[in-house]
Each structure stands twice: as C-alpha cells, then as structure tokens.
Design a protein around this ligand. Structure first.
Ligand code: NAD
Length: 425
C-alpha cells in the first residue's frame, strides 16, 4: 500500500467519527489538518568525502492535550503524507490513554542500513539541528520508531543539549526530557524496550478474559519479529499462549507444536535470520518446523493474528483469506478500510492500533516524567502502571462498543476524539 492510501484512510477514519460526533466545522477542520509540517534537508559528509543530502520531516498534528509526542522513522519510504497520517494517529493514541500529550511524527528518507555508524550519527545530529527550535520537553518530544533506537536517541538528545546549553544539572535533566527511548544512563527508563509488546500482551489478556479464551488453547501468529513482535511473543508465551508462526520482512516460520520465542530470537541473532529457527522448548531443529512467506503468515489458521510490522499488510486482496477470528493491531494501520469491511462481514474482531500499541507511548510519558520530576522509576513500577492504564482504556473501549453496537475501532476513535475536543473547548 502506498503512503497516499494510508494517509487517506487515516483521515477517513477520523471523518467517520467526526460525523458520528457531529463535530462543528471549525473543530472538524482544525483536527483534520495538522498544526504544522516541517520539511527540511539535512546534508552530511559521507565517509567517501562527498556531501549527501537527505529529506527530513516532522509533522505536529495537535497539541491541545500537551506537548507533541511521536516517533522518528529512518526509512526509504518516509514521506510527508505518511508522517502526517501517523502524527494524527498519535494524537488519538495519547488522548485514548489519557496522556498529557498531543500527536506528532517525523522521519528521514534514508536506508539507514546503507550508512556507517559515523554517517548515521551525523544524520541524527543534523536532524536535531534543523528541528531545534520546534522541539523540547514542553514543545515536541520525539522517540524511536522504525529503524531508530536508543543509540540514535542518545545522539539526538546530546545534540539538543549542546544547542539548549542548560546551565544547571537540574535543567540539563529536564532538557533531556526532549527525547524519550534514551539509554538508561541518560535518563531513559527501565521497561521502555519491551513496553509496546508488553502492552499488547495486556490487551490480549483483557480480550481473552472478555471472550473466555483459555491461553493454552489459543493459538497466535505474529507478523514482524522486531521490537514489538518479539516482546509481544515473549509476554504471550509467558502467559501460556501457543505461538504457531512468526515472520520478518524476508519470510517466516511455522512450528505446529508452538515455538519458543526466546530460543527463536537467540537462534535468529546467531544465524542472522529466523528461517530455520524452529525452536520448541529448548531445542531448535530443522525437522520441527517449516518456512512460510509473509502472505502465508497472515493466512495461518490461528485464533489470533498479530500484525506487528508495517501499514496496509491486510488489504482487499488478502482479507477474505484471513482465518483468525481476532486481530490485535500492534503495527500502526496494518488493515486498510476495504479489508476491514471484509473482515467485519466475516465477524473478525479487530483491536485497533491506537489502543493495542499504546504501551510504548505510555512508558515514554513516564520517561519524560522522570526527567521533569528528577525521579527514577523501577521496571516493575513502570510495567505495572502501563498495565493499569491499558486495562482501563481497553474496558472503556469495550464497554462503549458493546453499548453502541459498534466496532472497537469506532469506539476507540470516539473516546480519543472526544478527549481532544474537550481539551480544545
Ligand atoms: P522493528 O524495526 O523493530 O521491527 C519491524 C519488524 O517488521 C521486523 O521484524 C521486520 O523484518 C518486519 N517487517 C518490516 N517490513 C515488513 C514487511 N513489509 N512485511 C513484513 N514484515 C516486515 O519495528 P518495531 O519497533 O517492532 O515496530 C513495528 C510496528 O509497530 C511499526 O508499525 C511501528 O510503527 C509500530 N509501533 C512501534 C512501537 C514501538 O515502541 N517500537 C510503538 C507503537 C507502534
């Protein structure tokens, strides 16, 4: 799916809810368009001595609830419409979780795997120099997203501090709140790495409780075995769910007896790919599983499907082939509206992204709080608080959906948009 499609259906989802809520034109127009899109060029000296220029973006959608918040992607497919759609999703996500943040998203059009560490550092620092006046702990707080990580956040935070030049150690700590997803030793937070996957597993637990699904008898397939997919798998495994298949961009694996995510990850790290990592219990053996492709993973015969990779993977071409009765959207926007119609007709229940993958931004809020209040949180405390917020959000969404006989997505959007509108008023 191209970014234009993703952009138009993110807007469409909002427009449908706006009609349902009968929003006044002034409010509708304000929320339909972002407050600001910043587009710039970053030039860096490459290792071969040549200067190369990259396109950078930051979209700040809405800040009625608080400073803008949202990740930064490094990817060759980053573009203006894509970040605009993702920024809007962040506004709804923060509102639904009751966080004092608005929504933003940014990125650089680059394949980071083609850069040396020195070039990557130069690009990350260049991004901050260009954005400096628009970001900060009380303005806009970026975080990692696809292909960015705590190392990149530490370069960015360091560049920000150099320019902000805080005079006391306390004001330096506060200024470090300009970025989240940082390493622990520079005011990162314990639990951020696993937060989104952990949050997804909490949502899985709540959903299973409503539907009376028993973990041991419930099978899962996960597309994407990166940060989100792996940690979701790890926590779901600890809860007793049976994970039948996982995949990465180049393909995936299916293990009918149920695979062990920790062993699979260890094997992947050694081999460089998951293909062949058919791990049951503590044993990984080629005879225990089979290779599948990225379409087959979506069509696996499981109870719950978890897309945890990229946008638009479930579309009108493959929606009718989905066998799972429940989908938990861990990626942002993995289901197109045409696909959603088909899935609804087939009675598939979808837990929407703005609810299911909010664990990351919730922990980012705690990370920001740490530096604003000069306190440090323990991992158990962090995960405990995430769990409380997500359980509450899930139940609000579930109850509204049941009461109004609407989808979980519509209920989540109604609550999220209502939260922003209330703040605007
Ligand atoms: P990641 O880069 O760590 O992992 C992405 C995974 O998806 C990898 O396994 C990769 O091989 C796979 N993948 C990439 N392109 C694919 C494709 N076209 N088809 C199939 N698989 C593909 O990224 P992540 O942090 O795990 O994020 C995954 C998704 O979750 C993204 O949509 C992201 O926006 C969303 N998300 C992430 C967080 C977070 O805290 N990391 C929070 C909220 C939402």
């Amino acid at each position: 799916m191209n970014k234009q499609d993703f952009f138009s259906y993110t807007k469409k989802q909002f427009e449908q809810v706006a009609r349902y809520l009968d929003l006044k034109p002034a409010i509708f127009n304000k929320l339909k368009t972002p407050n600001r899109i910043i587009k710039f060029q970053i030039s860096i000296k490459m290792d071969n001595g040549r200067i190369k220029t990259f396109e950078g973006y930051r979209c700040q959608h809405n800040n009625c609830l608080g400073p803008y918040k949202g990740g930064i992607r490094f990817s060759p497919v980053v573009n203006e419409k894509g970040v605009e759609a993702l920024a809007m999703l962040m506004t709804w996500k923060c509102s639904l979780a009751n966080l004092p943040f608005g929504g933003a998203k940014g990125g650089i059009k680059v394949d980071p795997f083609n850069l040396s560490p020195r070039e990557l550092e130069g690009l990350s620092r260049g991004y901050v120099r260009k954005l400096f006046s628009w970001i900060g702990p009380n303005k806009d707080i970026p975080a990692p997203d696809i292909n960015t990580n705590s190392q990149i956040m530490s370069w960015m935070a360091d560049e920000y501090i150099k320019k902000a030049n805080p005079k006391t150690s306390n004001s330096k700590i506060k200024a470090l709140g300009a970025f989240t997803g940082k390493p622990i030793d520079i005011w990162g937070i314990r639990g951020r790495t696993e937060a989104t996957g952990y949050g997804g597993a909490i949502i899985l637990k709540e959903l299973a409780a409503k539907l009376n699904l028993k973990p041991k008898k419930t099978t899962l397939a996960i597309q994407g075995f990166g940060n989100v997919g792996y940690h979701f798998a790890d926590f779901a495994d600890k809860l007793g769910y049976k994970l039948l298949a996982v995949s990465e961009i180049y393909g995936g694996i299916k293990v009918s007896q149920g695979l062990n995510p920790q062993q699979t990850m260890e094997c992947k790290q050694k081999k460089g790919e998951i293909i062949g990592c058919y791990c049951v219990g503590n044993i990984c053996d080629l005879g225990l599983g089979e290779k599948i492709d990225n379409q087959q993973i979506l069509e696996t015969d499981v109870d719950i499907l978890i897309p945890a990779a990229v946008e638009g993977v479930i579309n009108k071409q493959n929606a009718h082939k989905i066998k799972a009765k429940y989908i938990i959207e861990m990626a942002n926007g993995p289901i197109t509206p045409q696909a959603e119609k088909i899935l609804e007709k087939n009675c598939v229940t979808i837990v929407p992204d703005i609810l299911a993958n909010a664990g990351g931004v919730i922990v980012s809020y705690f990370e920001w709080l740490q530096s604003q209040q000069n306190t440090k949180w323990k991992k158990e405390q962090t995960l405990n608080e995430v769990s409380k917020i997500l359980k509450k959000s899930f139940n609000r969404v579930w109850d509204l959906a049941r009461k109004e006989k609407i989808s979980l997505r519509k209920a989540a959007y109604i609550l999220a948009v209502q939260g922003v509108v209330k703040a605007m008023k």
